[in-house]
Design a binder for this molecule. Structure first.
Ligand SMILES: [Zn+2]
Length: 646
């Protein structure tokens, strides 16, 4: 469905919310607080996991040392003899780390825990032999965390503390094999994988200033004593808990229906901070209507100092301070909007529908990237969608292809050789292929597929087959061929018109096109390819035909004779194409507007006229004819000139 909204720059902007407003809401939330219930994190894999965390966090804002006591309650299937937590701060050694100081299992101190994984990011706690699997198991952890001074999702920089992936989080158990999934930390993307759980987190911040905290879930209680700020946050059915803290933050809030959106920003970035909330609010509206409703009462957008554009966590997204500005730079504002759209889309793909971000990064990244472009389409219309898609998505892939090699989209994080290849293949090519699928099965089936995928895997964990099945169910078509060729194999097609003829038949024309499909790697693609015919009178006609072969002869009935044929005019199919008599779409590789046959004919006529004129002149004046060699050079020079026409 389309959802064209008014121009964002003319929205009436509310006055900035002031802190007492936040307090009033907190009191209201306290009145409404219900007892914590255990939420199922089941995903129809046969065993319904029930996980809850209670964390008391003490944060010294001066030393950037965290001390925490954490209780985790979870159930396990029979026979599992250890439990694994991911402890990502160790990936930041030596500047950032976590030290586990105490472990208790069912209240009994336990010393034989150890760190594993090549970067020490897995904590293994063996379970005692007499453990009961009939009820939930309780593991208490005490630990100290050092936050590095870095512009990162886990780091402190320039007054803003970003705490992503900061606490020991229960790993995911592969029940069939009875093993815990453990991946190393990955800097260039995500390697996170966890199940939905309930959280109750009390945060005590010590330091000078009025600290503002933005976190996953809802603020349910807060107080301030001397130089200690205490807040308790509660979140249900979320697969992680992240927060940011700053004494400098201003807060702006807005709402969409009954969901409150908070934006946190430093005072110099007020204009962008307010816009960030507006953008996020519109994302919530668009994605809720297209994919299924956002399931939480609040969403937070927090400015952080980071080397990346944005980072997703449940109920909160971190957005780079570099994207906030207060001038009239429309480019920067659009970049802010584009990044927020991507990160908010992750609330659906990664947040509510989880996946192993190391094993199948495309499952959430490619979808989030395409969703961010759908935001442009539903908010601003098709023209803006095409502009944003070319600028933010397709260009990245084509620029990469000039030097890099194409790779399958469905690879693990560890398979990508560089951040450039990861970005180009998973984000750009992945989004391009989802757009192609959208085009092939149509809007109705595509969005029905995504909403049923969201509904079926809500708060669970999805694997690629779940997504394929959802699209197959919605479209009524078998789609393995599409996913296998486009996601699990590499290579893209390039279509080239080898020959085109037009013959007048009755009142119209029969146009025959010989189309060649060049494939950069692997077997030929089977796809509907659109050809746009442009006639001399300016009219144009588009037709789509399934093309399976390397060489295809296609026939079309047209009311006029075309002077130009454009292959895949909207670049729906990834890959460069070459039409007939057209200016090539790829910048810097422009071809002649004039078809080669016309150029040759023109040259022959010109040369003949010149020869005739010289012959007549020489006969009259007695001058000798130029020799053949010079004549040829003349043609060569003319050819060079014609090829420079753009
Ligand atoms: Zn992403």
């Amino acid at each position: 469905m389309f959802l064209i909204l008014g121009d964002i720059w003319f929205w009436d902007l509310r006055t900035l919310s002031i802190y007492y407003k936040h307090l009033a809401l907190t009191c209201l939330a306290l009145l409404m607080i219900a007892p914590i219930t255990i939420s199922p994190a089941g995903d129809q894999r046969g065993f319904e996991r029930q996980i809850s965390y209670r964390i008391d966090l003490f944060l010294d804002f001066n030393s950037m040392l965290l001390k925490a006591n954490q209780s985790v309650l979870f159930n396990l299937p029979m026979g599992v003899d250890d439990v694994c937590f991911k402890v990502y701060p160790n990936a930041f050694q030596p500047d950032g780390w976590i030290e586990i100081t105490d472990v208790k299992v069912e209240g009994v101190p336990f010393k034989s825990f150890r760190l594993s994984e090549k970067d020490d990011t897995t904590l293994v706690v063996p379970l005692p032999g007499d453990i009961s699997y009939d009820k939930r198991i309780k593991v208490d952890l005490s630990y100290i965390v050092k936050v590095p001074k870095e512009e990162d999702r886990f780091g402190y920089f320039d007054g803003i503390l970003a705490l992503g992936n900061w606490f020991p989080i229960l790993a995911v158990l592969e029940e069939e094999e009875g093993v815990w999934v453990s991946h190393p930390y990955v800097n260039m993307g995500e390697s996170f994988y966890s199940e939905c759980a309930d959280f109750m987190v009390t945060i005590r911040v010590e330091g000078e200033g009025d600290f503002v905290i933005a976190a996953t879930g809802s603020l349910v209680e807060q107080k301030k004593a001397k130089n200690i700020t205490v807040q308790t946050w509660r979140a249900r059915n979320v697969r992680d808990f992240a927060l940011t803290v700053s004494p400098d933050y201003e807060v702006y809030e807005t709402t969409w229906e009954n969901i409150t959106i908070y934006s946190y920003y430093i005072p110099e970035h007020e204009e962008s901070g307010v816009l960030a909330a507006k953008f996020a609010s519109r994302c919530l509206q668009v994605f809720s209507e297209v994919f299924g409703r956002y399931p939480y009462a609040e969403l937070r957008v927090a400015e952080v100092n980071s080397w990346f554009g944005g980072m997703e966590y449940p109920g909160i997204v971190f957005i780079s301070s570099k994207l906030y500005s207060n001038g009239n730079e429309s480019f920067m504002r659009d970049l802010l909007q584009r990044v927020i759209a991507h990160e908010v889309a992750h609330q659906w793909w990664y947040g509510v529908v989880g996946n192993d971000q190391y094993e199948d990064p495309w499952l959430d990244e490619s979808l989030a990237e395409y969703s961010s472009m759908l935001y442009y389409r539903f908010v601003y219309g098709d023209k803006e969608f095409r502009r944003a898609f070319e600028e933010y998505v397709a260009n990245g892939y084509y620029v990469y292809l000039e030097e890099g090699i194409d790779l399958p989209i469905a690879m693990t994080m560890g398979d990508f050789p560089s951040i450039e290849s990861y970005n180009a293949i998973v984000y750009s090519k992945g989004a391009m292929v989802f757009r192609l699928l959208n085009s092939i099965i149509g809007d109705e089936a595509f969005f029905k597929g995504l909403s049923s995928y969201y509904k079926r895997k809500k708060f669970g964990i999805a694997v690629p087959e779940d997504l394929i099945e959802a699209f197959e169910g919605a479209s009524g078509k078998e789609l393995d061929w599409f996913f296998n060729r486009w996601f699990f194999e590499s290579g893209v097609p390039s279509y080239e018109v080898m020959n085109a003829t037009s013959q007048k038949v009755g009142k119209g024309y029969v146009v025959r096109v010989v189309l060649r499909q060049n494939v950069s790697e692997g077997s030929p693609f089977s796809l509907p390819v659109t050809l746009e015919f442009v006639c001399a009178n300016g009219l144009n006609f588009s037709y789509s035909r399934w093309v399976n072969e390397t060489l295809s002869t296609l026939e079309f009935q047209l009311p006029c004779s075309p002077v130009k044929i454009i292959v895949d005019p909207e670049d729906v199919i990834p890959g460069r194409d070459f039409g007939w008599g057209e200016v090539e779409k790829i910048k810097g590789e422009n071809r002649s507007e004039i078809p080669p046959s016309v150029v040759l004919l023109f040259l022959l006529v010109m040369v003949t006229i010149a020869l005739l004129a010289i012959t007549i002149y020489s006969r009259r004046s007695g001058i000798n004819l130029p020799d053949r060699r010079k004549h040829c050079q003349g043609i060569v020079r003319l050819r060079i000139k014609s090829s420079m026409l753009t």
